[in-house]
Design a binder for this molecule. Structure first.
Ligand code: S3P
Length: 425
């Protein structure tokens, strides 16, 4: 495991192009593999999580060719087949959960395994609805932990209320629903990212979404995706690191280009604006360019519904530690089930910086230090969690340096993260 030493930067200037959206990248590979014929993908994430999905679809019969940054995927006409060897999902919950849905209808036995982090994450949230559809899934214990064995079966449509806000669960059911004998209807109480639904529509599948109170109802008619030319925009959850870095650094001016800007993904921008961050947000087609400049932040109250999937909670913890006043993070229990226990991770991060932080049930609170220059120099263990690495690095660069143990896990989503941070200095 590599330890990376981060020094504080005197000034930050320039533009960053963060990797292609991880969610769209996984789905572009999976939908291309399901289609008959050649699809192309521009802007695919270079992270190891997405590389894992790519390796797996090739094990299942798809072919990949790379040419000057453009990835071509040929889906087998006769459909995907099972692989004699294990399907290694590495650190990636999206790979394991979505493929469990997709493979539930592919003939044969599929064995999915993961790294020590992924092997602790609950797969019952996908196994329960998929079994209702007729899927055969076995895993370890009550929470159906990896390694999983999925045996291809004949599936039926279901009507299902998702009990936790999760785009991965929704997507696993949708992908299984493509091969079911009839229509599947999914209801989510909180609107999570619509990447799967939007991309399926792009490749000709009949998916209907209707708003339902604060949530949504999604109806999937079975069908096979058509081959497509995918353009993957930049990942908003990665852009968030640079937005906070530009805002909390005492001499920061950072532009992040071509960022995916659907409502469910950019809630963190509203939070930062509420905290007083100086952000310029310019629309470029469906995406946005964001410029973040040095700002004096103040505390706010953040509810998980504003940042569904709570991917931005660790970096917003750094923003809260740099703010004046006490920021409340409400209903953040899902953080406990991410690549690491990010609920504890956020508290540890804030305390490492010298801020007071405490929890009450699923809420936690961070009493800010009134500026990143007041951060303590700290040392942290990343615990196989890329977002803990990047959040720590932002705190170190804007504050007074840090040492990150296990920093190489950043490659799961953003292999050139440290190069991009260095280029701004
Ligand atoms: C993702 C959904 C989110 C998020 C993850 C990617 C996806 O998880 O944390 O990084 O691509 O569907 P949830 O399933 O908790 O929403």
């Amino acid at each position: 495991m590599t330890a990376v030493v981060i020094s504080k930067a005197t000034q930050l200037r320039g533009s960053v192009r963060v990797p292609g959206d991880k969610s769209a990248s996984h789905r572009a590979l999976m939908l291309s593999a399901l289609a008959d014929g050649v699809s192309t993908i521009a802007g695919l994430s270079p992270g190891l999580d997405v590389r894992g999905t790519s390796d797996i679809i090739q094990q299942l019969g798809a072919k990949r060719v790379d040419d000057a940054g453009l990835v071509s995927i040929e889906g087998p006409s006769a459909g995907l087949v099972s692989s004699a060897s294990d399907l290694d999902c590495g650190n990636s919950g999206t790979t394991m959960r979505l493929l469990t849905g997709l493979l539930s209808a592919v003939d044969g036995k599929h064995r999915l395994k993961g790294d020590p982090s992924l092997s602790q994450r609950p797969m019952d949230r996908v196994a329960v609805p998929l079994r209702l559809m007729g899927a055969e899934i076995s895993g370890v214990g009550q929470r159906v932990l990896a390694p999983l064995t999925v045996t291809g079966s004949t599936l039926r449509g279901i009507n299902y209320n998702i009990p936790v806000p999760s785009a991965q669960v929704k997507s696993a059911i949708i992908l299984a629903g493509l091969s079911a004998s009839d229509t599947t209807v999914i209801t989510e109480a909180v609107r999570t990212r619509t990447t799967t639904e939007d991309m399926l529509r792009d490749c000709g599948v009949d998916v209907v979404s209707n708003l339902l109170g604060a949530g949504r109802e999604v109806t999937i008619t079975p069908g096979r995706p058509r081959s497509h030319h995918w353009q993957v925009p930049a990942d908003p959850s990665q852009a968030a690191f640079f937005c906070v870095l530009g805002a909390i650094h005492h001499d920061g001016d950072i532009r992040v280009e071509n960022v995916e800007a659907s409502d469910e993904r950019i809630g963190f921008l509203k939070v930062l604006e509420r905290m007083g961050a100086s952000l310029r947000i310019e629309r470029v087609g469906a995406a946005v360019d964001i410029t973040a400049r040095s700002s004096q932040l103040h505390a706010t109250e953040i509810h998980s519904n504003e940042i569904p999937s709570v991917d931005e909670a660790p970096i917003l913890t750094i923003a809260a530690a740099a703010a004046s006043g006490t920021t409340a993070f409400r209903d953040m229990g899902e953080l406990r089930l991410k690549e690491s226990d990010r609920f504890e991770g956020c508290l540890t991060l804030a305390r490492s910086l010298g801020a007071r932080a405490w929890s009450e049930g699923d809420d936690f609170f961070v009493e800010g230090l009134g500026g990143a220059s007041a951060f303590t120099t700290f040392s942290i263990e990343a615990g196989l969690d890329h977002r803990i690495v990047m959040s720590s690095a932002v705190a170190g660069v804007a504050g007074n340096g840090c040492t990150i143990h296990g920093a190489d896990t950043v490659a799961s989503s953003y292999p050139h993260f440290f190069d991009d941070v260095r280029r701004l200095q």
